[in-house]
Ligand binder design. Sequence first.
Ligand code: ATP
Length: 460
Amino acid sequence: MKNNNNLMEKITSLAKRKGFLFQSSEIYGGINACYDYGPLGVELKNNVKKAWWDFMVRDRSDIEGIDASILMHPKVWEASGHLENFTDPLVDCKKCKKRFKEEDLLEKAGSKAVGGIKCPECGGELTEARNFNLMFKTHMGPVESKGNEIYLRPETAQGVYVNFKNVLDSTGQKVPFGIAQVGKAFRNEITPGNLTFRLREFEQMEMQYFVKPKEATKFFDYWLKERKNWYLEYGLTRGKVKVQEHQEGELAHYAKKAVDIQYEFPFGFKELEGIHSRTDYDFIQHEKASGKDLNYIDQVTNEKFIPWIVETSGGIDRAALAFLIDAYTEVKGGREKGKRQKAKGGGQTVHEKEVVLKLDKRLAPIKVAILPLSRKEELTKEAKKIFDLIKKDFKSKYDETGSIGKRYRRQDEIGTPYCVTVDFETLEDKAVTVRDRDTMEQERVKIEGLLSYLTDKFKE
Ligand code: ATP
């Protein structure tokens, strides 16, 4: 049973308590819109990246991966249009000095212009909208001067475009083909928030697919479908994922067409990933600015052309957050009989609430928990041996603290698909009990066959 009341608060609390997410620099009061991934968070995030990389790169022959540096030649951002256009129009309140995104004010007021709208905080008069560039700027080298200004990349895509020829020449790929990249991006967002939904430092998973211009629409539709299916394949509820096309006025400066894949977060349907038709915009811009020929020559037809680009651009932090939210399940009264607690000071029973994180097994941070039934050395010794047997193939956790019921629930709460219990019988029959997170069914499995049993289970 799902309970959506205060879902974000519950996710935020779970994320901190269990070590998924910590506010960056928390002991100094934190820094806004930057998060640190804790021991479970980093596993989840790595699993999301692996799922994406496997799907986009490893399982295909037409996509190559790269890892470009974050710092790039400043001319890149001039050519790409980010210096001029990567801006948010902002409006200030003349009275309370609060700053707002024009877009947010217009949306709230259902209006097309700021004129006539008052400050939503104090009712004061608002300024005209002014453009604010979202790129973080720093300096390269020991002297801070206008001449050595450099930017933290606001998207990973440009690292791919400037390497297009390198990848083409070194791999022998032929159009249509793609280049994929996972990496950090930085945006000085005005209205960050909702945990890791909108960060100032985040990670993108982007793929640029190079096509003949007349095939751009075909591949746009293909990639939209593929990418939507990926989110469903990894567990997002079908009814909570939808696509939404950008209207003309909403298009980014480089895009001819853009469709968002959106997820119904507790704060509404919001973008998870954008599929963009970037045409030949970026290549033309880089040709002009660098003076390098970025044409592609078809070896068969001898046709020479600038490829068009279909981009799939998703955020890892947003995807991980969506998977976490979707997996969060509360069961009032617990899932097993006999899990009712005595109410304090009375004979009445109260229903216990259980939390199960029903993450796809491939995304679960811990795959297997090894639990000795008692702390007696004969059992802990055996359990540690089993931990050593499993740990190389599956991220495992050894836990001997608390009652077995509590330990099962602790693992359910962080989404561990299987618990392996070592009991006194284990010493006799050389077998353990494997408990399934979702069905809670238990199976007795011989230790010698445990690894292959689990391997099969993770393939199901
Ligand atoms: P939004 O409209 O939400 O600001 P956007 O249209 O600017 O997003 P893109 O430039 O298309 O986003 O970036 C691609 C993806 O990168 C987004 O779909 C999102 O998943 C992720 N992303 C963008 N900005 C952020 C951010 N500030 N924090 C976390 N993820 C982000």
